[in-house]
Design a protein around this ligand. Structure first.
Ligand code: DP6
Length: 323
């Protein structure tokens, strides 16, 4: 019997995902409904592994993340597990043991998959995505592998705000090179960064209203496996998100000098004919997305950028799976 088959205990793995068309801003903070749809790729080499164990004697949930008790993160975890507890009609507390090999919100995708099995539930992928979204918006996308689209939805209860697969990874095996330009926790997390951008950035409304066109362009580029078109829309969308954040008050500057040098290195490579584009999230790491075959050259170029501390690589990978 594998761990995932034992009643009351299950483990799952979910790959990190990076958005090519970004989620930035919320329509409903309580239900964690995004203000905009997004499109991402799920990775195989960067992931979270989570085990959930039902422990009847516990009075509250427990979280051990990368070997350390993390009581400060319990509220979000318990709120997400509560959704599954109520579906299962049980009140048992859980011990969650999670390991990330890269800081990522995909943890909630692994948590939902493992907790569902531990409670003996069978959810559809869409239901998993809706529950994971309430833990962290971007995690809703890591339920699926390859290329994924998250729908913002319009229903007040969030029931149409879920992710869906667009294209499987084998159909277009892009690769990713991550230039690590700083270590340690970021200063302003996505959640407060979004709130500040929405409430104070003069560019936030333009960011939101431009998103449907970017989603359509990225969807079409992925459907046609048109790398140049995907590169164009992804870089523009990333810089628009950062423009909205930079114009927030107080301003949000997620980049350091090495981030900007990496951005220029990627643009130089592309101008020289290497199929690569960048994306940057709410932090200083630059993610370079490469067409099949371009990874080694991109990795070499980014390693040579002053201020790059480490370089990680990954292929695209599957959605959240039981272990
Ligand atoms: C910049 O999913 O971390 O990475 O829903 O508040 O948990 P919450 O936010 P989160 O935001 C991700 C923001 C982003 C862009 C993206 O992944 O689409």
């Amino acid at each position: 019997m594998t761990i995932s088959e034992q009643q009351g205990r299950a483990a799952a793995r979910a790959g990190a995902n990076f958005a090519l068309v970004k989620y930035w801003g919320k329509a409903d903070a309580r239900l964690n409904v995004p203000a905009v749809g997004s499109i991402s790729i799920t990775l195989d080499a960067l992931f979270t592994e989570t085990e959930v164990e039902l422990v009847p004697k516990l009075r509250s949930d427990e979280l051990v993340l990368d070997g350390k008790r993390r009581d400060e993160d319990l509220e979000k975890i318990s709120a997400c597990v509560d959704l599954l507890r109520s579906k299962a009609g049980v009140d048992t507390r859980v011990r969650v043991t999670s390991r990330n090999n890269f800081p990522t919100a995909s943890g909630f995708a692994a948590l939902v998959r493992a907790a569902e099995a531990a409670f003996g539930l069978t959810l559809t992928s869409r239901e998993r995505s809706i529950v994971a979204r309430q833990g962290s918006g971007s995690a809703a996308r890591s339920i699926f592998g390859g290329f994924v689209e998250m729908h913002a939805g319009s229903s007040p209860d969030g029931s149409d705000s879920f992710a869906e697969p667009l294209l499987e990874s084998a159909a277009w095996p892009l690769e990713v090179v991550i230039a690590v330009t700083a270590k340690g926790e970021k200063e302003i997390g996505s959640r407060s960064g979004m709130t500040r951008s929405a409430s104070s950035s003069p560019y936030y409304a333009a960011w939101v209203s431009g998103q449907p066109a970017d989603l359509a362009a990225a969807r079409a580029a992925i459907g046609a496996r048109d790398f140049a078109a995907l590169a164009g829309v992804a870089e523009h969308n990333c810089l628009k998100m950062h423009a909205a954040a930079l114009a927030a008050h107080p301003p949000l500057v997620y980049w350091n000098g090495a981030t900007v040098e990496c951005l220029h290195a990627v643009r130089r490579l592309r101008a020289a004919g290497v199929p690569v584009f960048f994306t940057i999230d709410a932090g200083p790491q630059l993610k370079a997305v490469c067409a099949p075959g371009a990874r080694a050259e991109v990795e070499r170029a980014l390693r040579a950028v002053p201020g790059v501390l480490d370089v990680l690589t990954s292929a695209l990978g599957p959605g959240a799976e039981l272990r």
